[in-house]
Design a protein around this ligand. Structure first.
Ligand code: SF4
Length: 365
């Protein structure tokens, strides 16, 4: 066994994590769910969501048969809802094309919606003991530092180099090499994840307790703060919008977004162009008489391809207003809901932030 993987496996056995809710199982469905939830979200946040999700959707068939709205409601607060949408789509593919059985190898797993190369490999390792390399953000950081790899790891050329490294460093196939340890590939993969999450962390890596410190180039050259090289800053286009907090008798109006596009299928506050006047707009669009309330601070929300400046506008709806009909607008699904209930459905994170912020400052009128 090469010394890199041997060091990591032995470290993992002593210092790694062994009791996370998705460990100690070979159930590919449970492992898949954990891998998807752990993308962009920390373990501590994921655990309660993971447990609730599994309770509500204990297997792939239950998930496939559930309405998307239920799935996204379970995802509410976890953010990056496209993960939930893809999970649901993939469950339907598994039921439709694979007779409800989770695919049994990495190549087929990788074809499911929302599953990239690294995630497919992690599932194949933990569910089937397949010898596959992973390369998530944590692993890229460990490799970039340990091997002194310059250049932004997300760039194609660097990523190819990192994948090659990841393949080369795998422990040898089961039953070969000296000192082969049982569960080598699983312990090794878990070790990389654990090391990136708990020792070689983004901010302050804990080099004195790291099993790789003797070989680490970044540590030797005092470059741990410089590696990995951050994503090159690019100027994002900016857009603006107004989000309307329409309040009436302790309830707030939410509208369902179309399935495609930004915040697809999520429940959102109604949007208004910045050039519009809220009282006129609400009369024309909803048939409501509204009274503008004190404005809230605008804030920015960054998407991958643009930055959105959000101007929140609280409005009190006159109780005499008709609140059901829009005029001259295509019908969208909408509902009046208490802010507490709204926080339990699938809403985008800026809307969540606004509801909490506004509700904390004054009661909803
Ligand atoms: S020695 Fe420090 S920088 Fe190098 S891999 Fe370990 S924790 Fe990361």
């Amino acid at each position: 066994m090469n010394s890199f993987s041997a060091k990591l496996i032995s470290w993992q056995k002593q210092h790694g994590r062994h009791d996370l809710p998705w460990q100690n199982t070979r159930d590919p469905y449970a492992i898949w769910l954990s891998e998807i939830m752990l993308q962009q979200t920390q373990v501590g946040t994921v655990i309660p969501y993971y447990q609730r999700f599994l309770q509500r959707f204990p297997d792939v068939t239950t998930l496939a048969l559930a309405p998307l709205d239920d799935v996204l409601a379970q995802w509410s607060g976890l953010g990056y809802y496209s993960r939930g949408r893809n999970l649901h789509r993939a469950a339907r593919v598994i039921v439709g094309d694979h007779q409800g059985r989770f695919p049994g190898n990495e190549e087929i797993i990788r074809q499911l919606p929302g599953i990239g190369r690294s995630t497919a490999a992690a599932i194949a390792v933990f569910a089937y003991g397949e010898r596959r390399a992973i390369l998530d953000g944590n692993v890229k950081r460990v490799f970039a530092r340990c091997f002194g790899i310059d250049g932004y790891p997300g760039e194609k050329r660097n990523e190819t180099l990192l994948w090659r490294k990841a393949e080369e460093l795998l422990p040898p196939p089961s039953g070969t090499g000296e000192n082969q340890i049982d569960g080598g590939i699983e312990a090794y993969t878990q070790a990389l994840m654990d090391l990136g999450a708990t020792v070689c962390t983004r901010g302050k890596p804990k080099c004195p307790i790291c099993p790789l410190q003797a070989d680490c180039i970044a540590l030797r050259e005092n470059r741990t703060g410089k590696l990995p090289v951050p994503r090159p800053r690019k100027l994002l286009p900016e857009k603006e919008t107004v989000l309307l907090l329409l309040m009436r008798q302790g309830m707030i109006l939410l509208e369902k977004r179309p399935a495609s596009g930004v915040w697809g299928s999520l429940w959102c506050l109604p949007e208004m162009p910045v050039s519009a006047i809220s009282t006129d707009y609400c009369t024309q669009r909803f048939g409501m008489n509204v009274q503008p309330l004190a404005q809230m601070q605008p804030f920015d929300h960054t998407f991958t391809h643009f930055r959105l400046r959000i101007h929140p506008q609280p409005l009190q709806v006159a109780s005499s207003s008709c609140v059901t009909g829009g005029k001259g607008q295509e019908r969208v699904e909408s509902r009046w809901i208490t802010p507490d209930e709204a926080l339990k459905v699938a809403i985008p994170s800026p809307v969540r932030k606004l509801l909490i912020q506004y509700g904390g400052a004054q009661p909803f009128g």
